[in-house]
Write a protein that binds this ligand. Structure first.
Ligand SMILES: *[C@@H]1O[C@H](CO)[C@@H](O)[C@H](O)[C@H]1NC(C)=O
Length: 369
């Protein structure tokens, strides 16, 4: 099933062509966006235009060559030594309903603590458990991404500690749905086992990681195997994960300038969906939550960028969740922001806007205590 470009010698030839194309692309981008009035949004600097365009190309490259990035996350985690934790699955009773092992088995997974793992007596601290995105196929929980997320959470969420977790991405048929969601439960159980009070835990995720956080809330609502977290925060969550996600991506005019690309989403959806021809509605609700809202007692804060292609889907989903009686939902949208402000803020020059957004999330959770 792997495309030709993931095999040698085609892979090597493709790398060379990609490098040549990138070298030529840079000067073209500088010419194209050098003058302020030619940029898609007045808030965008030349750097924003270049970063979004180059990120799109890198995602295209990773998609064409099926480069999951798992090895670089693993080496990054190993280098972190005492901040690294390998987490083993909890008792079987935690994985029921759609998470019951079968087509996918439970596995040990790893993550990094910032600044350090909790010590005895840390139960009163606010802890953020974060899942980095990657369209279910790219592993992006490197130490540098993790440190950046943790920095935002300590500055603006008053979090004493952040754990940035790498769930399984789909690399073969035994890491399709529900493997990643099983891992989310494994990580959440682990954080509670360190002694942190559930009410002090904020679960967070960006993009596909946000999708998984929504899956966790749905799961805990139907199968209360663990106490619920104090709040949930999802950044540019991927909520419309369908078999035509790749072409749907271009329906939004924002896709022209945003940093994702259709082929990556198509790869992600194809890889993540279970192999059966018609998965049950119950399972699809966990994979693609748009138009399948659910009741949750956990305060849920959502973020979208107004310049992102997924903005309309996220807004629609937030409206659907708000309409469910008893839910406590807030959508916060940042003007002119591309996809995934949490990870993209630095290179895109949106750090100030990110700070304001996390402050808003923090105030929202305080007000729901
Ligand atoms: C979601 O995906 C479906 C099917 O791929 C598509 O028809 C629809 O336009 C997308 N967006 C919304 C808001 O439903």
């Amino acid at each position: 099933m792997a495309p030709l470009l993931s095999k040698q010698p085609f892979h090597a030839i493709y790398i060379i062509l990609f490098a040549i194309k990138s070298l030529a692309y840079m000067p073209w981008l500088i010419l194209r966006y050098g003058i302020k009035s030619t940029r898609p949004y007045p808030e965008w600097s030349l750097a924003t235009c270049i970063v979004t365009a180059m990120t799109r190309e890198i995602f295209r490259y990773q998609t064409a060559t099926r480069s999951s990035g798992v090895a670089s996350v693993e080496s990054s985690q190993n280098k972190a030594k005492e901040r690294f934790r390998k987490v083993h699955p909890g008792p079987a009773s935690l994985y029921v309903g759609p998470l019951t092992p079968g087509t996918t088995n439970l596995a040990a997974v790893g993550g990094l603590w910032y600044p350090q793992p909790p010590t005895e007596g840390a139960s009163d601290e606010r802890v953020v458990l974060h899942f980095v995105g990657g369209a279910f196929v790219l592993a992006l929980a490197t130490d540098s991404n993790g440190a950046d997320v943790a920095n935002s959470m300590s500055k603006h969420m008053q979090a004493s500690r952040t754990f940035v977790a790498q769930y399984r991405v789909t690399t073969s048929s035994d890491s399709r749905f529900p493997a990643a969601l099983q891992d989310i439960v494994t990580f959440y159980n682990y954080v509670l086992e360190t002694g942190v009070k559930p009410a002090n835990v904020i679960v967070s995720g960006d993009s596909a990681g946000g999708n998984l956080v929504l899956g966790l809330l749905r799961y805990l609502g139907t199968h209360p195997v663990l106490p619920k977290p104090g709040g949930a925060m999802v950044w540019s969550p991927w909520v419309n994960v369908t078999k035509t996600a790749g072409q749907d991506y271009y329906k939004s005019g924002n896709s022209k300038h945003d940093l994702l690309c259709g082929p990556l989403l198509q790869w992600g959806a194809d890889a993540y969906y279970p192999e059966e021809v018609r998965p049950s509605d119950d399972r699809v609700a966990y994979i693609s939550p748009l138009h399948r809202p659910f009741r949750t007692t956990v305060p849920l804060w959502l973020h979208s960028g107004m310049a992102e292609s997924l903005h309309d889907d996220i807004k629609q989903f937030a409206d659907e969740m708000t309409a469910v009686e008893g839910n406590s939902i807030k959508l916060y949208s940042t003007k002119a922001a591309p996809h995934d402000l949490l990870l993209a803020h630095k290179p895109c020059g949106f750090t100030e806007q990110l700070g304001v957004a996390v402050d808003d999330a923090s105030a929202f959770f305080e007000s729901r205590k």
